[in-house]
Design a protein around this ligand. Structure first.
Ligand SMILES: [Cu+2]
Length: 119
């Protein structure tokens, strides 16, 4: 009976760990998010993803004006990049590995801004 009294709480801890740990691990996994590049806006304007997530910017089919995605502010050590200039029906992807705040603009339209937080 002594053995059973010790094992029961241990079994409960094991059960809780099995339930809680995978849920946390799953939420920290890199994600794949799509961001829209539409005429004069990035959608959404704000996005939060986990480290290592891949962002795919999609230029909307209905666009009539050219846009790019230019990283203007990034966490320390992150190399800035600018996508090619496209008008419609194309996409461009980048993986954001380092935690921090990434600010994007369109080189041609100063009002087009997007902030992606990696954490
Ligand atoms: Cu633009």
């Amino acid at each position: 009976m002594v053995r059973r009294r010790i094992l029961a709480p241990l079994a409960l801890v094991g059960l809780l760990a099995a339930v809680v740990v995978p849920a946390q691990a799953a939420s920290r996994k890199p994600q794949h998010k799509t961001a829209g590049v539409v005429d004069y806006a990035f959608t959404p304007a704000k996005l939060t993803v986990t480290p290592g997530s891949k962002i795919t910017w999609k230029w909307a089919d209905g666009n009539s004006t050219s846009h790019d995605v230019k990283l203007v502010s990034a966490p320390k050590g992150v190399k800035k990049f600018t996508s090619p200039t496209y008008t419609a029906g194309v996409s461009f992807s980048k993986q954001l590995k380092t935690a921090g705040t990434y600010r994007f603009i369109c080189s041609y339209h100063i009002t087009m801004r997007e902030t992606i937080t990696v954490k």
